[in-house]
Design a protein around this ligand. Structure first.
Ligand SMILES: Nc1ncnc2c1ncn2[C@@H]1O[C@H](COP(=O)(O)OP(=O)(O)OP(=O)(O)O)[C@@H](O)[C@H]1O
Ligand SMILES: [Mg+2]
Length: 288
């Protein structure tokens, strides 16, 4: 006869409670980043005037996609990126990341969402002027209370990836525009976020630096990141799989220009389709 084993009921410990809580909180997002934007509207009210900067946008962003958003000045590109990053709240609509709607989250929760999921790169770099290059890259890791030596070695590794080992101790004003942007990109990668959102990251850069950043983004995408970049720069657009054109807050064109390919964990490259992009990009440029 099999003896029935009576399970001893244990009082939950602090660690159990913590683990349970962590299971409930969607940070970092447990599955692949899969963004769905639904009926998104953003109005800005200035006195009596209302500017509809984002007008009923519907969009699905697949994992590992590299999307370039183009469109005339004032089309709503920056506003859309800010909403995606959780930096601003929409007037209406929803943004789902792996099926979780980020819109009802309060700003504190959104900040946590950003830290773990989104790397942000802006046109004007937004580096902290009193911190050196390496300290700027360490900053988001320190916010997450990662031990100092780990922060430092990861920051140096990232600076090496963007070709700035020799500039680690420089302050932002001692760096060229291209170097500052590369530090900002290294910082955006500090917590290894699955998504990179970039707003005109090459707008202040010369051709060589813009090429370098285009190649960096291409490499990050091939390593599995999802990239959404608002840009007018052909050197970034040419790496994109998909090109969205915005006008007056709407997406007026959405073209897949090549298949997505990226390296799996096993190092294999998947899904390559050598469709030429340049012709499509040219047509879209002409249409603008
Ligand atoms: N904080 C704000 N308050 C009021 N209106 C705003 C605000 N931010 C943006 N807008 C308006 O929303 C519209 C979209 O602006 P947005 O900055 O998103 O355009 P954009 O496509 O990024 O343009 P650019 O290519 O010049 O960067 C514009 O008409 C702009 O004037
Ligand atoms: Mg803009």
């Amino acid at each position: 006869m099999q003896r029935k084993h009576k399970e001893k009921k244990m009082k939950p410990t602090r660690k159990d409670e913590y683990d349970y809580l962590m299971e409930q909180i969607p940070f970092p997002i447990p599955t692949s980043p899969f963004i769905k934007i639904s009926e998104l509207v953003k109005d800005f009210e200035i006195g009596e005037y209302i500017v509809r900067a984002v007008d009923n946008v519907e969009l699905l962003i697949r994992e590992h996609e590299y999307i370039a958003i183009i469109g005339e000045s004032g089309a709503g590109k920056t506003t859309l990126l800010h909403l995606l990053a959780g930096l601003d709240k929409p007037t209406a609509g929803a943004i789902y990341l792996s099926h979780i709607n980020i819109i009802p989250m309060d700003y504190e929760t959104l900040a946590t969402y950003r830290i773990f999921n989104v790397g942000l790169v802006f046109q004007n770099y937004n580096l902290i002027s009193s911190l050196t290059a390496v300290e700027n890259v360490m900053f988001p890791m320190q916010l997450c209370q990662i031990p100092l030596n780990e922060c430092e070695s990861k920051a140096n590794e990232l600076l090496e990836q963007v070709g700035l080992t020799a500039r680690a101790e420089h302050l932002p004003f001692q760096l060229s525009a291209g170097e500052q942007q590369r530090v900002a990109i290294a910082r955006a990668l500090a917590l290894d976020p699955p998504i990179i959102l970039a707003d005109e990251p090459t707008a202040n850069l010369d051709k060589k630096n813009a090429e370098f950043i285009g190649e960096l983004f291409e490499r990050f995408q091939s390593e599995g990141k999802t990239i959404v970049v608002a840009t007018h720069d052909e050197k970034l657009i040419k790496h994109a799989h998909r090109i969205l054109v915005m006008a007056e807050g709407k997406i007026i064109s959405d073209k897949q220009v090549t298949e997505i390919s990226f390296r799996d964990n096993d190092g294999e490259t998947d899904g390559i389709d050598e469709v030429s992009k340049s012709e499509e990009v040219k047509k879209i440029d002409e249409a603008l």
